[in-house]
Design a protein around this ligand. Structure first.
Ligand code: R5P
Length: 280
């Protein structure tokens, strides 16, 4: 791996812990103004100080992420289908590698739809993006998307999809947690992060998902709705970060969440806009 790729990877996965809390805010690219992400800046700004990476499209980056914020960007570059379609797999590349470099992205992300009608097209898109990523020193994250078929998320399917992503050359893979997740990790020779999926019933469910994913070999999360659709999103991301970077248990994370909710949201809303610095 050349210097540029290595350097960018070190912005994606924190070298001191080997782990990462990525904040996923790219849902609008096919879901439109998702609940609690209607105004992206309002959602993203209070969470930036506690995230290692923010995941967005170029439109949200330009409009809603201050260039002076100290936060690496995972740029979503695939799309082309909306939630109105039954089959979401008909994706192409929406943003060029040159644009990703111009926007100073630290990595780019693309969905692949293994087993879906447009499987081949999305896998070839990944291959092309990896070729360009190698040329420009830009890491590529493959996302094992399942479209509307959430029931696909089992270890057999996810092992297949993650391994195919790695074989085509993805530098990182985002997938889902599932029963038997360690088998997914074992079959995937590049770092894996997990998405949260639709909002779970309780905070304890979220912390359990994150804890188990980390225990079984994920290097972190790229999580959205279970953080920013919560009524206390800052307390949520702090608790998730405690599991990811400090080895907190799910119970410790829940205690931290309960201690800090309310208080921390009030403090954060008082934070001046341009001081969205990440605490270390
Ligand atoms: C889909 O829109 C994206 O890949 C999301 O970044 C991914 O699903 C993670 O977000 P969430 O935790 O809300 O599932």
């Amino acid at each position: 791996m050349d210097y540029g790729l290595k350097n960018r990877m070190s912005r994606m996965i924190r070298p001191s812990t080997g782990r990462s809390v990525m904040l996923a805010c790219d849902h609008g690219y096919f879901m439109g103004p998702t609940r609690k992400l209607e105004n992206p800046r309002k959602t993203i700004e209070p969470l930036v100080p506690y995230a290692d990476v923010v995941s967005v499209t170029r439109g949200v980056l330009r409009s809603s992420v201050d260039p002076e914020w100290d936060i690496p960007i995972l740029l979503r570059v695939s799309g082309g289908t909306s939630i109105l379609q039954e089959d979401l797999s008909n994706e192409g590349l929406t943003t060029s590698m040159k644009e990703a470099v111009r926007l100073n992205a630290s990595a780019v992300s693309i969905s692949i739809f293994v087993g879906a009608p447009n499987e081949k097209q999305t896998l070839l898109n990944l291959g092309k993006l990896v070729d360009e990523g190698e040329e420009y020193g830009m890491p590529v994250m493959a996302i094992t998307a399942v479209g509307k078929e959430l029931e696909k998320r089992d270890d057999r399917y996810l092992s297949l999809a993650c391994r195919i992503a790695a074989e085509i050359g993805a530098h990182m893979v985002k997938t889902y947690y599932c029963e038997g997740f360690s088998r997914v990790v074992d079959g995937c020779p590049v770092p894996l992060v997990v998405a949260g999926g639709p909002k779970l019933n309780t905070e304890a469910d979220v912390f359990q998902l994150v804890f188990k994913a980390l225990q079984e070999g994920a290097v972190g999360v790229d999580m959205g709705r279970n953080i920013w659709q919560n009524d206390n999103p800052v307390a949520m991301i702090k608790a998730v970060s405690a599991i990811v970077h400090e080895g907190a248990t799910q119970k410790e994370a829940l205690d931290l969440f309960n201690e800090t909710k309310g208080k921390i949201e009030a403090l954060t809303s008082a934070r001046p806009r341009r001081t969205a610095q990440r605490p270390r």
